[in-house]
Design a protein around this ligand. Structure first.
Ligand SMILES: [Zn+2]
Length: 203
């Protein structure tokens, strides 16, 4: 599996394009369509997976869905966030058409051949935060960063949810975590990170 990282247009959010057997998955939607098209090449895009509904992660989601004729997966709670500029922090941005969206509200295994995706809901940073585990890689959105965790002082954030999500993630094994902003990080680093912040928030 090949992983291409594209820098988004807003807040330096990351978009990841995964390619395997001439199929592709796109994780998050903050990067210009031209950049994503270049990364996808001839591969058939199976889906766009959104880690949450903040504007810097979902801005171009419908454009990708239209261009690649594919569904967008997002936590159900993201609908309220993505459709409200105050809640998605996009100033004037909002999504008003969810026809292409497939919404879910719990953990499940998503098969998008040849990709097998573990969908792990991780509310805290936002009520719609999700991590996607694909093979040995964790796409962590704004839940885990290489040097910390996502903000929990935003509209829709919840400290106790974040504690529970960190607890859940402490039982997930992976090799590398790819975050919604900044650098990726290895399992050992995230093990320490998760334990540290779980303790810190639980005080
Ligand atoms: Zn966010």
């Amino acid at each position: 599996m090949e992983i291409k990282k594209i820098l988004g247009q807003f807040m330096d959010s990351n978009v990841f394009v995964l390619i395997k057997d001439n199929s592709a998955l796109i994780i998050d939607a903050g990067a210009k369509i031209e950049d994503v098209k270049n990364a996808v090449g001839n591969a058939k895009v199976q889906a766009v997976l959104l880690t949450h509904g903040h504007f810097d992660h979902c801005y171009y989601a419908n454009d990708y869905a239209k261009e690649f004729n594919c569904p967008i997966y997002m936590h159900k709670a993201g609908k309220e966030i993505a459709s409200d500029p105050q809640k998605n922090y996009g100033e004037t941005f909002y999504i008003d058409n969810f026809d292409n969206f497939k919404l879910f509200d719990k953990d499940f295994k998503l098969s998008l051949s040849p990709f097998d995706v573990d969908v792990i809901t991780t509310a805290g940073h936002s009520p719609c935060s999700v991590c996607y585990k694909i093979e040995t890689l964790l796409f962590a959105g704004d839940t885990l960063f290489s040097n910390g965790i996502g903000r929990i002082d935003l509209i829709g954030s919840d400290k106790n949810d974040m504690i529970n999500s960190l607890d859940k993630l402490s039982r997930v094994e992976f090799e590398i975590a790819f975050s919604g902003h900044g650098d990726d990080s290895d399992y050992a680093r995230q093990k320490r990170n998760i334990a540290l912040f779980k303790r810190f928030l639980s005080r």
